[in-house]
Design a protein around this ligand. Structure first.
Ligand SMILES: Cc1cc2nc3c(=O)[nH]c(=O)nc-3n(C[C@H](O)[C@H](O)[C@H](O)COP(=O)(O)OP(=O)(O)OC[C@H]3O[C@@H](n4cnc5c(N)ncnc54)[C@H](O)[C@@H]3O)c2cc1C
Length: 461
């Protein structure tokens, strides 16, 4: 019934309701921001485009602490990189940041910054994962307690990194098992879902006793986060990571989706992330969308280009295996565009049973999404939303928000010590994006010149 209502709404909102109006990403929306904020953004984006800063970020931070002392070096970071990309340390600071975003028409997508060192003993014990579980539960509460967004209810979203709750070693083990030809039904989503529900021990023959215990503890942590998020009406967007882990992550998501994404629950509560830079993503996305359809489950997708390009290629080269990534940037963009088209068509057919986040800073992808939404009659503030990182591509986010689209900024928060290693890792992964933020820097310079020197006209918006 709900599905039919939305399909009717979607078809009524079709292209006939006025001419298509392209969004303009010309920085006009910067008028919403203070001069201090624009200056900081320009400074930080210029610094981040300087490769040595990104490559040696952690060493530089340690060096500045020794030279300037932790107070002064901390103050410098707060006024620059931390201030630009992080919401703050305390709940109050996060709330303040979110309120400011909301006045600009933007919404929060909180992310707990966790960094697992693959082989670090400190960060692989159960206690570390239990600590992360508590941080996730607090993040659910914080997301729930933030001022409500206008628009349809049920639009509180939060990012979930599964490897904060289970070890990468276990995920790798499960992945290689899943990939084996004729892998047994021992590792199917139904069995994992049952083990989560019952809390009874699950024994998987490919795992050692210790790994089986860790699997059980991980399933219990995942179950607790998801149950809590669902009770608080917070939707969880599971991050995609490396290809050596993703099949295991997808299996866990499938198990969670069986319990949380049934139609009577009101849309998908657990979403998966699809990385267009992988050669097999389009097919996987098509198969998963069809499977959800067949099983009568809601389907939630965060569509990204992918953040781990260099490492994926390095690993393939080292192992002498086929590179799983697209051969060049253009191929990734074509793949993104095809996946986007597939999902938008799916949304237009399935209505609120299918949700999509277009997680990209790319102007062409955002343009394609908004245009196709209009052509397919998908309302701007419906099951399709947009996602960008806090402090990045504000000219795109603000233009979308001002036009009435649902736009989320991915927001890390936490102390300097917790967040800086996370930020540096993300900056290394998104090196090409930071270096490619040239247009954003130009638009910022243009607006600042206009304000400070009275040069140039105000950009129409
Ligand atoms: C809200 C949000 C959530 C995210 N969640 C995840 C996540 O869960 N998992 C994840 O992996 N990433 C995630 N990302 C990061 C994302 O995958 C991209 O790295 C980032 O957004 C840059 O892509 P773009 O479309 O914004 O920008 P663009 O500048 O248009 O694209 C840059 C991207 O193109 C691809 N690319 C660049 N050069 C080449 C090349 N030579 N060959 C092939 N491909 C190339 C890479 O994927 C690169 O990141 C997320 C991003 C956002 C905004």
């Amino acid at each position: 019934m709900m599905l039919r209502t939305c399909q009717v709404l979607c078809s009524q909102a079709g292209p006939s309701t006025g001419a298509w109006q392209a969004l303009s990403f010309d920085g006009g929306a910067f008028h919403l921001k203070g001069t201090g904020e624009l200056m900081r953004a320009l400074l930080v984006l210029r610094l981040c485009a300087w490769p040595p800063l990104v490559t040696h970020g952690l060493a530089l931070q340690a060096w500045s602490q020794r030279l300037l002392g932790s107070r002064l070096s901390g103050a410098l970071l707060r006024a620059s990189i931390y201030g630009q990309f992080v919401a703050g340390e305390t709940s109050e600071e996060v709330r303040g940041c979110v309120q400011q975003l909301q006045t600009l028409g933007l919404r929060p997508l909180l992310a707990v910054p966790t960094e697992e060192e693959p082989d670090s003993a400190v960060k692989t014990g159960e206690a570390w994962y239990e600590g992360n579980l508590n941080a996730m539960l607090r993040c659910v509460d914080l997301s729930r307690g933030l001022p409500e967004n206008p628009g349809p209810t049920g639009n509180i979203l939060m990012q979930l990194k599964v490897t904060a709750l289970t070890s990468t070693r276990l995920c790798k083990e499960l992945t290689s098992w899943i990939r084996r030809p004729g892998a047994s039904l021992e590792l199917c989503s139904e069995r994992l879902a049952e083990a989560m529900d019952s809390g009874r021990d699950l024994h998987v023959s490919c795992l050692s006793t210790e790994q089986n215990q860790h699997l059980q503890a991980s399933l219990s942590r995942l179950h607790r986060v998801v149950q809590h998020a669902r009770a608080q009406r917070v939707r969880l967007l599971v991050d995609a990571e490396y290809t050596s882990l993703n099949p295991a992550l997808s299996l866990l998501v499938a198990a969670l989706a069986m319990r949380c994404n049934s139609p009577r629950e009101g849309g998908p509560w657990v979403w998966n992330t699809y990385q267009a830079y992988l050669k097999d993503t389009y097919e996987r996305l098509r198969r998963d969308a069809e499977a959800a359809d067949k099983a009568g489950l809601a389907f939630g997708v965060k569509l990204v280009r992918g953040a781990y390009l260099d490492k994926e290629r390095k690993v393939a080269q080292l192992q002498g295996t086929e590179d799983p990534t697209q051969p060049d940037y253009e191929a990734t963009s074509r793949s993104y565009s095809r996946c986007l088209e597939l999902m938008l068509t799916h949304v237009s057919q399935r209505g609120p049973m299918c949700h999509l986040m277009v997680a990209s800073h790319n102007e062409e992808s955002v343009y394609q999404a908004t245009k196709r939404m209009w052509e397919l009659g998908i309302p701007p503030d419906g099951p399709v939303c947009f996602g960008q990182l806090l402090g990045m591509s504000d000219h795109v986010s603000l233009a979308l928000g001002q036009a009435g689209y649902a736009v989320y900024k991915s927001i890390p928060y936490g102390t300097l010590e917790e967040v800086i290693p996370y930020l540096i890792r993300r900056a290394q992964e998104n090196r090409s994006v930071l270096q490619g933020a040239r247009r954003e820097r130009e638009l910022l310079s243009q607006e600042l010149r206009r304000r400070l020197l009275g040069w140039g006209r105000r950009v129409p918006h």
